[in-house]
Write a new protein. Structure first.
Length: 227
């Protein structure tokens, strides 16, 4: 796995982060609230919510980073999934997002060439995605590449760092209701500053200053080279 990850990092280090798109999906439940908070003396130690988050409606979101910014997302609620007859994000939903929103947003960046990185979920077919961009006249995207198996936790700026900060910002805007959840999700997304996004790219080893093996879990056994 370390060699597969190092291969992706070496490839990414030859590309400016502003030209490296990263796509992934996440979700938020109605009624989510902060995991930890401070309570003043005499105040209640609980929060009243509209629905219990374990059984409340889930809203799925597709997010794309572009090195120093967030591109316009798309959100699917429970009603959308029922209308489409699905339980989560499917390939045709991702293709629709590319054709309706993402392709124009990427073209609007005025950056060439652009590369797209995503995980190995079954709803992420590389050829279909590339064709969807080209069908909308987005010639800026020249390659779609998937992470090695089980590697997203180490090399996706979205998977851990970005989504963790995003969910904390969403929960801080409690109470989250069905009426407010979409605006809460979008506002929290664009409230994350560019310097944080750049830091998440660096943490994934996408800058030439870091060894592609810097986070090897067993360096003494693997004996990787320094570069």
């Amino acid at each position: 796995m370390c060699e597969s990850i190092a291969k992706v990092r070496r490839w990414a280090q030859r590309i400016s982060n502003k030209h490296l798109l990263v796509l992934d999906e996440s979700h938020l439940h109605v009624g989510e609230s902060p995991k930890h908070t401070l309570v003043a003396p005499g105040e209640k130690q609980f929060i009243v919510v509209e629905e219990n988050s374990a059984y409340s409606e889930r809203y799925d979101i597709i997010v794309v980073l572009a090195g120093d910014c967030v591109l316009p997302p798309i959100i699917y609620g429970a009603a959308d999934r029922r209308r489409l007859g699905v339980e989560g994000i499917r390939t045709f939903m991702l293709i629709d997002y590319v054709e309706d929103i993402l392709a124009r947003a990427v073209s609007g960046l005025d950056r060439y060439p652009m590369y797209l990185l995503l995980d190995r979920a079954t709803c992420h077919p590389t050829e279909q995605l590339l064709e969807a961009f080209r069908s909308q006249g987005c010639e800026e995207l020249v390659e779609v590449r998937r992470y090695p198996p089980k590697a997203a936790k180490r090399i996706s700026p979205l998977d851990n760092s970005f989504f963790h900060e995003w969910k904390d910002k969403c929960r801080a805007q409690f109470p989250i209701t069905k009426r407010s959840i979409k605006s809460v999700m979008v506002k929290a997304l664009f409230d994350i500053p560019p310097q944080h996004i750049r830091a998440y790219y660096r943490k994934c080893g996408y800058t030439g200053a870091r060894s592609p093996y810097y986070d090897c879990p067993e360096p003494q056994q693997h004996l990787h080279p320094f570069s």
